[in-house]
Write a new protein. Structure first.
Ligand code: HEC
Length: 154
């Protein structure tokens, strides 16, 4: 009886230590995922910035600069952002909404829309038509907001 008790105490201790080792690993993974998706978003913002200022007339329209930024955006849009959202990856600093995992297909669709529109933007700007470029820039920007509205806090 005593022996059986000590075995189960040992087992419980072992399970506990495995449990904390696993959660430490998971937390490491969580932070990496948060960093990864944040990094992607910051890069999107970086390339959207000059195009947005040109669209608003805050800086002169420069076809070559616009094209460079549009191509860079289309390039980073090809990276798989979705791997940065493992199931339930949330902490108090994250602005991600739980709806992402409740409606994963919807989230994927929002990402695909962004990929499609940014790719299209790179194609349109290459043709040199300013009006068409600015119209397509607007469509691209809408895909950022389209996802944020549904899946990001604030
Ligand atoms: C498929 C959905 C989706 C698309 C498309 C998307 N975002 Fe986000 N974005 C998010 C989510 C979700 C967060 C919150 C992530 C978190 O805090 O864990 C976020 C956060 C951000 C942040 C804050 C990043 C930080 O950590 O400081 C910026 C900036 C941002 N997005 C810019 C953009 C821009 C610009 C675009 C379009 C060019 C874009 N996003 C497209 C879903 C998206």
């Amino acid at each position: 009886m005593v022996k059986r008790l000590s075995v189960s105490v040992c087992l419980a201790a072992l399970l506990l230590s495995i449990g904390s080792a696993v959660s430490a690993t998971e937390n490491k993974g969580l932070q990496a995922a948060l960093d990864f998706r944040s990094a992607n978003m910051i890069i999107y913002k970086w390339y959207m910035g000059p195009m947005g200022r040109m669209a608003k007339g805050e800086m002169p329209y420069d076809q070559a600069l616009f094209r460079k930024n549009a191509e860079a955006l289309a390039t980073v849009a090809r990276l798989d952002l979705l791997t940065g959202f493992p199931k339930g990856s949330l902490d108090e600093d994250s602005e991600a909404k739980p709806e992402i995992w409740e409606n994963w297909t919807g989230f994927e669709e929002k990402f695909k829309a962004f990929q499609k529109e940014s790719e299209k933007l790179a194609g349109v700007v290459a043709k040199g038509d300013r009006t068409a470029t600015l119209a397509q820039f607007k469509n691209t920007g809408k895909t950022c907001g389209g996802c944020h509205k549904k899946f990001r806090e604030k």
